[in-house]
Design a protein around this ligand. Sequence first.
Ligand SMILES: CC(C)(COP(=O)(O)OP(=O)(O)OC[C@H]1O[C@@H](n2cnc3c(N)ncnc32)[C@H](O)[C@@H]1OP(=O)(O)O)[C@@H](O)C(=O)NCCC(=O)NCCS
Length: 202
Amino acid sequence: MSESGPDDDVPIVVPAPVAPGAATYPSDLERDVAISRGDEVHLRPIRPTDGVGLVEFHRGLSDRSVYRRFFFVHPTLSTPEVEHFTHVDYTDRLALVAEDDGRIVAVGRYERSPGTTEAEVAFVVTDGYQGRGIATVLLAQLAEAASARGITEFTAQTLAENHAMLAVFRGSGFPVTTVMEYDTVNVRFPIGPGFTTGADLL
Ligand SMILES: CC(C)(COP(=O)(O)OP(=O)(O)OC[C@H]1O[C@@H](n2cnc3c(N)ncnc32)[C@H](O)[C@@H]1OP(=O)(O)O)[C@@H](O)C(=O)NCCC(=O)NCCS
């Protein structure tokens, strides 16, 4: 018979306090991925502490890249934008950043339309890293994460002249449909385990 009480040696684990509504960081979405020229970047979900890095990233984009992402001239992110972009719930709103040497070089995000199973996606890759497969792999990863969170369809709006973005969607392996509206193209496609993508993960 034990001389100590039944629970004396059992450590009491006190869970860390969680702020109401705080989202759990999905570290399972972190991974290293191959890009062209034998390099790799680190993908991870965005964090609330990424504000400074995101502002730096945005500041380093060319006017053309900013215009293609936002559809207007927008050299500096506002404080509310930084807050909005870095504080996501990882379910209905999720952003993945690609880092090289700890520096953000790309961001891909989706945002669910309230009350639906569809989400809008958007990407931006810093100019020096464009054309190396980063958006392709971000799309594949976002689709996998979104599908696991109950999203069945992605939508996007892109300028008709944005051949790079359209090439990413059309080359994704998803059954993409496009509808032209003035100078923009509305893109839509189902996502899910039934569809394969060409992204080359390590
Ligand atoms: C559009 C954008 C996100 C694409 O990202 P990326 O990492 O360069 O894309 P990828 O390297 O994965 O390229 C995918 C395909 O596009 C092709 N591509 C790249 N640049 C291209 C260009 N200027 N014209 C035509 N095709 C191009 C690539 O050859 C590749 O095709 P492949 O797989 O057959 O070789 C990036 O160019 C960007 O950030 N642009 C500015 C912001 C923007 O346009 N955002 C879109 C808003 S929805």
